[in-house]
Design a protein around this ligand. Structure first.
Ligand code: NAD
Ligand code: MG
Length: 406
């Protein structure tokens, strides 16, 4: 395969998901600048086959081996994409010498090894997979520094903060003159719900986000506010700030994507319609600006923007994430793993909404905090936390929690 100079070869990990599809939408708008060189997903054969026929990537990875076989058969004769199977395929394309940029858009802990591989290979990383930073922020940032990888945040809030921080000539934003980071939160679908109503919330209600269309796991995280807790930790790693310098502000319209406050009283904000193609286009084009296909912001039509403090009483996940951040070490990986198990159980109808924080709290209390000195230490904490969380899920599944109990 001849690599055309000047074209950025992009590996899209998680291409069939919400972020992956938006990434391909932006790439398709700029055929002279970007090529979808590799696509990867878990097991959605139909979607990946359609993407391969549209983008003709060099490689397609299906982590599920049966799905990989099915994809191979589907593509035979239709396009010359080589199909790889298994999680090793992800790491291979993430670190491949022909790849310039890696969109890390796999959901959950499954995204960590490939994101780390991209960092170790010195790639430009468009980081949507916040869970990898939450689990192994120290390892990931150190690997990126060592190999000269550039991490561009795709999470809309962190992308906004990145844009508002004082910028050096490289991708490392500085903190000169910065007093605080103001991380905005939509408040999720249950912002105005009573504790009793929240306790009885269904998966469909939790996934009905008022502003953003997203995958189901992050939608539930937005409903519990664990998403903001994970984002607090993500901000600390990305921008090298202490949790105490990050304030969470609820902003129901999701127009101001976050802000940076300076010592002179200035506050810089990044605004835009809630459409992930804006941060994705920023990451792809950086340091240039490119068209994202996003409608311009109409401030007059909006007319009002609102801000309020988060309520940690009704949304204890925010407190749990803060506590995990304060505990440091593997506590953040434990928090993330228990959350993934609890959210999955909630989505499957196995536990009530309030059991999510209860399971996380139980896992955090049960696990010792150790220094995450290597990927295997982090992975061991992740595994053990999942086992403990599963035991607590089993407890709560026969005993739905009453309103307010957590
Ligand atoms: P999604 O559920 O829509 O898509 C997830 C993707 O990951 C799919 O392509 C799926 O095939 C793949 N995947 C799932 N399990 C996998 C596994 N074990 N191995 C390999 N691939 C696997 O999720 P999403 O909403 O696109 O979110 C992706 C990531 O981006 C998450 O970390 C999320 O927190 C983050 N993020 C998403 C948004 C958003 O607007 N959707 C915003 C900010 C950050
Ligand atoms: Mg976000």
């Amino acid at each position: 395969m001849v690599v055309v100079p000047g074209i950025q070869q992009v590996a899209v990990l998680g291409s069939t998901g919400s972020i992956g599809v938006s990434t391909l939408d932006v790439i398709a708008r700029h055929p002279q600048r970007f090529r979808a060189w590799a696509l990867a997903a878990h097991r959605s054969v139909d979607t990946l086959a359609a993407q391969c026929e549209a983008f003709h990537p060099r490689y397609a990875v299906m982590v599920d081996p049966d799905a990989a076989e099915a994809l191979r058969k589907r593509l035979a004769g239709a396009c010359d994409t080589e199909v790889l199977a298994g999680a090793e395929g992800l790491q291979r394309i993430a670190a491949h010498a022909d790849v310039d940029a890696v969109m890390a858009a796999i959901v959950g802990a499954a995204g960590l090894p490939s994101t780390l591989a991209a960092a170790e290979a010195g790639k430009r990383i468009l980081l949507a997979n916040k869970e990898s930073l939450v689990m192994a922020g120290h390892l990931l940032m150190a690997a990126a520094r060592k190999a000269g990888a550039v991490i561009l945040p795709i999470d809309s809030e962190h992308n906004a903060i990145f844009q508002c921080l004082p910028q050096g000539r490289d991708a490392t934003p500085g903190l000169e003159g910065v007093s605080r980071i103001l991380l905005t939160a939509s408040g999720g679908p249950f912002r105005n719900w009573t504790a009793e109503a929240i306790a009885a919330a269904t998966p469909a209600e939790a996934c009905a986000h008022p502003n953003w269309s997203m995958g189901r796991k992050i939608s539930v995280d937005s409903a519990t506010l664990m998403n903001k807790g994970l984002e607090l930790i993500e901000a600390c790693w990305l921008f090298d700030v202490a949790p105490s310098r990050v304030e969470i502000v609820v902003h129901p319209e999701s127009i101001v994507h976050s802000l940076v406050q300076y010592v002179d009283g200035s506050v810089l904000a990044q605004l835009g319609n809630p459409d992930m193609r804006t941060p994705i286009a920023y990451g792809l084009g950086w340091p240039q600006r490119i068209d994202a296909g996003v409608a311009p912001l109409d401030l007059v039509a909006l007319s009002r923007l609102h801000f309020e403090a988060p309520d940690e009483g009704r949304f204890p996940c925010l407190r749990l994430a803060r506590e995990a951040a304060a505990a440091g070490g593997t506590a953040m990986a434990v928090c993330n793993a228990a959350n993934e198990v609890a959210v999955q159980a909630f989505l499957a109808g196995g536990i009530g909404f309030n059991a999510i924080p209860a399971v996380i709290e139980a896992a955090l209390a049960a696990m010792p905090v150790v220094e995450p000195t290597s990927l295997s230490v982090v992975e061991a904490a992740d595994r053990e936390a999942r086992e403990i969380a599963a035991l607590h899920v089993a407890r709560y599944s026969s005993r739905p929690l009453a309103g307010g109990e957590n």
